[in-house]
Design a binder for this molecule. Structure first.
Ligand code: NAD
Length: 339
C-alpha cells in the first residue's frame, strides 16, 4: 500500500510534466496511491467549476497533493484556485528552496530555503476605500495583520525544518525599524522561538531592504530565511532569480491538516501541448513531498540524478538550451537513477 496522495495534473504543460514526474517517481520506487483530481481550467471544461468539491474532499482525505500549474484568467473569470486552496486548507508556510545546479552561472554556492508566511500580513485581505467629500475612492487602506499565533506557527515550522534538514542558520527578515507594531511582533516572536533552539539552529535578523542587497552581493552567506507574506513573496522570486529563474524552482504550501507541492512556474501556454516543457520544477516539488513524508533518501537519489542530467547539459529541454523533449529528459533521469 502506497501513501494516498491527491494528484492534480493541471492546465497547459501540467499534464506533460506530471506524466514525466510520475514515470521518474515510479522508476525510483516511490510508493504513492494517486487519486487523480481536476482543478483550474481543466475542471471548468469538465464540470464547470475551477475547484470541484471532489478535489477538495480528496485533499481532505489524503492531506497531501502534488499539483501542476493552474490557469488563472486575467481580469474577468474565476479567482485564483491556488490562492483558494491556500485559504481553504490554511496552508500557512510557503517553502521555496533555491539551489544553483548549473555551474558557471552568475552566482555559485547558493543554497537557500526561504519560508514565507502565507496567510496574513498585507495579504490578509483587509482592504477598503475611504470616501472623502464626493470621491468614494479618495483613499485606500490595506491592513497588514500580524498575529502572535500566525507568527509562531510559521517561525516554528522554519526551525523544525532546519532541524529535519540539517540546516544551520535562520535569518528572520523584517522591517521592524519602521513598522514597529506589526513587524515588531513578528520579530519578537522570532527571538522567543530562537531561544528554544539555541545551540541547535543559529539565528540572526536582517532588515528587508538590506537583506535584498546582501542576497545579491553575498547569497552564499544565507542558509534559511523566514519572513512575512509580502516580503516573502518578493524575496522568494529574488532567490529563484539567483539560481537561474523560476524554471527549476519547486514550492511547497504547508498547513497543519494538508500540504500541497507544486512547481513555481505557470502553465506556459506558449509551449503547451508540444511535449517540450521542462518537468524539473514539478519533479523537485515531488522530492520535497517525499521528504515531507519521511522518504528523504529517495528524494536525494532522484534529485541527484536529475541534477546530474541538467549539469551535463546533453539531454535537457529548450529552456535550458537543449533540444530534448519532456519524455527524453525523463528517460535520461530514469537511466541515471538506475545507474
Ligand atoms: P509561466 O510560468 O507559465 O510562463 C513564463 C515563461 O516561462 C513562458 O515563456 C514559458 O514557456 C516558460 N516556462 C514556464 N514553465 C516552463 C517549463 N516547465 N519548461 C519550459 N518553459 C517553461 O507564466 P505566465 O505565462 O505568466 O502564466 C501562464 C498561466 O499560468 C497564467 O494563467 C497564470 O495565472 C498561471 N500561473 C499558475 C501558477 C500556479 O499554478 N502555481 C503559477 C504562475 C502562473
Amino acid at each position: 500500500m502506497g501513501i494516498p496522495c491527491t494528484l492534480i495534473p493541471g492546465d497547459g504543460i501540467g499534464p506533460d510534466i506530471t506524466d514525466a514526474t510520475l514515470r521518474i517517481l515510479d522508476a525510483a520506487g516511490a510508493q504513492f496511491d494517486w487519486d487523480r483530481q481536476l482543478a483550474g481550467m481543466a475542471a471548468v471544461n469538465a464540470v464547470k467549476d475551477p475547484m470541484p468539491d471532489a478535489t477538495l474532499d480528496s485533499i481532505r482525505r489524503t492531506r497531501l497533493a502534488l499539483k501542476g500549474p493552474l490557469e488563472t484568467p486575467v481580469g474577468d473569470g474565476y479567482r485564483s484556485v491556488n490562492v483558494a486552496l491556500r485559504k481553504t486548507f490554511d496552508l500557512y508556510a510557503n517553502v521555496r528552496p533555491a539551489r544553483d545546479i548549473i555551474p558557471g552561472g552568475r552566482f555559485d554556492n547558493v543554497d537557500i530555503v526561504l519560508i514565507r508566511e502565507n496567510t496574513e500580513g498585507l495579504y490578509a485581505g483587509l482592504e477598503h476605500y475611504v470616501k472623502v467629500g464626493e470621491d468614494d475612492k479618495a483613499a485606500a487602506q490595506s491592513i497588514a495583520l500580524i498575529t502572535r499565533i500566525g507568527s509562531e506557527r510559521v517561525i516554528r515550522y522554519a526551525f523544525e525544518y532546519a532541524l529535519a534538514h540539517g540546516r544551520k542558520k535562520i535569518t528572520l527578515v523584517h522591517k521592524a525599524n519602521i513598522l514597529k507594531y506589526s513587524q515588531g511582533l513578528f520579530r519578537q516572536v522570532g527571538q522567543q522561538i530562537a531561544k528554544e533552539y539555541d545551540g541547535r539552529v543559529a539565528y540572526d535578523e536582517r532588515i528587508v531592504d538590506a537583506c535584498a542587497m546582501q542576497l545579491v552581493i553575498k547569497p552564499e552567506s544565507f542558509d534559511m530565511i523566514v519572513t512575512t507574506n509580502l516580503f516573502g513573496d518578493i524575496l522568494s522570486d529574488l532567490v529563484s532569480g539567483l539560481v537561474g529563474g523560476l524554471g527549476l524552482a519547486p514550492g511547497a504550501n504547508i498547513g497543519q491538516h494538508a500540504a500541497i507541492f507544486e512547481a513555481v512556474h505557470g502553465t506556459a501556454p506558449d509551449i503547451a501541448g508540444q511535449g517540450v516543457a521542462n518537468p524539473s520544477a514539478l519533479l523537485f516539488a515531488a522530492c520535497l513531498m517525499l521528504e515531507h513524508v519521511g522518504d528523504a533518501g529517495r528524494a536525494a537519489r532522484i534529485r541527484t540524478a536529475a541534477e546530474s542530467v541538467i549539469r551535463e547539459g546533453k539531454t535537457v529541454t529548450r529552456d535550458l538550451g537543449g533540444t530534448a523533449n519532456t519524455r527524453q529528459f525523463a528517460d535520461a533521469v530514469i537511466a541515471r537513477i538506475g545507474a
